[in-house]
Each structure stands twice: as C-alpha cells, then as structure tokens.
Design a protein around this ligand. Structure first.
Ligand SMILES: [Cu+2]
Length: 267
C-alpha cells in the first residue's frame, strides 16, 4: 500500500504500522498542499488589483476559512492521538519480557558499534572502565567474572535470530550517536550516561532479503544517524539476520573461540 513512497524494504513486524502512518501523513500533506495552493491561486485572481483598485477594509464575511482550519486541526489531532502516540506507546511501554527476547547490549563509540551478548547463562559479565583497551577490550569486559565466561562480543557485527523479539540496550562511551537500521524502522539516539532499550522483531533473514532484492551482497546496515565527529561517515555496523539454528551455531562457536583466546596467555 505504501510502495509509492519508495521506502527501504521492510524487515520488522511493527514496520507496517509505521509505514502506513507515514503514508497517511503524506496523503494529508498532499491534500493540504493542493488545497492551500489552490486557495492561494484563487485569491490572486479573485482579488486582483484591476478588479479591486481600492482596498476593502471589511474583508471576507464567510466563515469557510475558519471551518477549514478547524477541519485541518482535527485531522492532525487524529493523526497524532489516533496513530502516532499509540504506536510510540506500544514501542516504549509494551516491551517484551527479557526471558522471551534476545537481549543485546550495543555500546556506541567514535566510530564503531560494540556488541555484547550475555551468552548461555543469560547474564552479562562485569564491565570495568579500568579494563578498557581500545584494541583488545573496547568494552572493558572482566573475563574473570564467572558471568563473563560465556559472553560474546563483536565489533560492528550484530547477529540476530529471525522472528524473535530483540531488545537492544543502547549506550554510548563518548558522544551522542544514533542506532538506525532503516529496514527495521528503528532509530534511537545513544546518549552517554544512559542505557536506552529499544525492541523490534526482525522477520526477514539476510539470505531471504538477498533473494528478494536480487542483490547477492545485500547487508542490513546500522548507520549512525547523528553527526558524531570526523569519522561519522565510516561509523557503520552490519546486521545479519539468521534462522534460529544458524544463530545458535554462530553464538556457540564465538563463545568457545572467545573463552579460549581469553585463557591463552600468548594470544
Ligand atoms: Cu556515531
């Protein structure tokens, strides 16, 4: 229904509602544009100087313009209270419970996305600012914490299972960044000092999207959507949406790999 808007391909369950709202806003703006534009042209002709050499200080007596203003305000109120606010409320109030969702911590920094999974125990390991090493441990994860043993971290590569709610807990190490994935219809600022949760349900795997778009290279991209410094343009992350089995395989392999490299003193 909203194909005419030329929006990016849709790959999250809530996106249809957002698209239809964007569609309605465009339809309404088109009606206003044609309406006010037509009225303007009508006035130019109707009140032209050759027909009205002397100004009329009484002006128009009809209330038509006031009524149309009221109608516009009503339609805007319907868009706001009927569509936009309920949609937003569903996003922020009705979070899925953490037990039925995949929780991922995403920490933005100039100019990268640090991804952190809790691993099989579902507990995120301790993070300590004194352990931060920009090359080997950008999150300052304390591998000696038992909860951290099976944690998985990755740089700019977010792997997600398809059709499962994902809660992303967004943070920033330095300045304001913004986590934007157009196909998921998600965009949220990451603010230093705050942990901001966002959630969505990706419903199209990367492989499926590649067949659908006919682009074998297709990747979901996390684009930083706030100008965050000189390297802003290269602050890109990638999302790979996989089947539940493939995702499990990926995270299990990573967990083993990272636990091993941590226990190896000669890594
Ligand atoms: Cu950024």
């Amino acid at each position: 229904m909203t194909d005419w808007l030329g929006l990016p391909a849709l790959a999250a369950t809530h996106g249809g509602q957002i698209d239809s709202m964007i569609g309605w806003v465009h339809v309404f703006m088109l009606v206003l544009f044609v309406g006010w534009g037509g009225f303007f042209i009508y006035c130019l002709i109707r009140f032209r100087q050759s027909r009205h050499p002397v100004a009329n200080y009484t002006g128009v007596k009809s209330h038509a313009s006031a009524y149309s203003e009221i109608a516009v305000a009503l339609v805007e109120a319907v868009l706001l209270f009927g569509f936009a606010i309920p949609l937003w409320a569903a996003r922020v109030d009705r979070m899925p419970s953490e037990s039925e969702a995949l929780v991922v911590q995403v920490t933005a920094e100039q100019f990268a996305w640090n991804i952190h999974y809790a691993g099989a125990d579902g507990l995120f390991g301790r993070r300590d600012i004194s352990l931060i090493d920009t090359q080997s441990n950008p999150l300052g994860l304390d591998r000696s914490d038992p909860a951290a043993k099976d944690d998985v971290t990755s740089l700019n590569q977010l792997y997600l299972p398809v059709n499962k709610p994902v809660i992303v807990k967004l943070r920033s190490k330095d300045v304001i960044h913004s986590f934007g994935v157009p196909e998921f219809r998600v965009k949220q600022d990451a603010i230093p000092g705050l942990t901001i949760p966002i959630w969505f349900v990706p419903n199209v795997t990367t492989a499926e999207m590649r067949t659908r778009t006919g682009n074998a290279e297709f990747q979901y991209e996390i684009a930083c959507a706030q100008l965050c410094g000189l390297g802003h343009y290269r602050m890109r992350g990638f999302v790979t949406v996989q089947t539940a089995e493939d995702f499990q395989k990926w995270i299990d392999e990573k967990a083993v790999e990272q636990a091993e490299s941590e226990s190896d003193p000669f890594k």
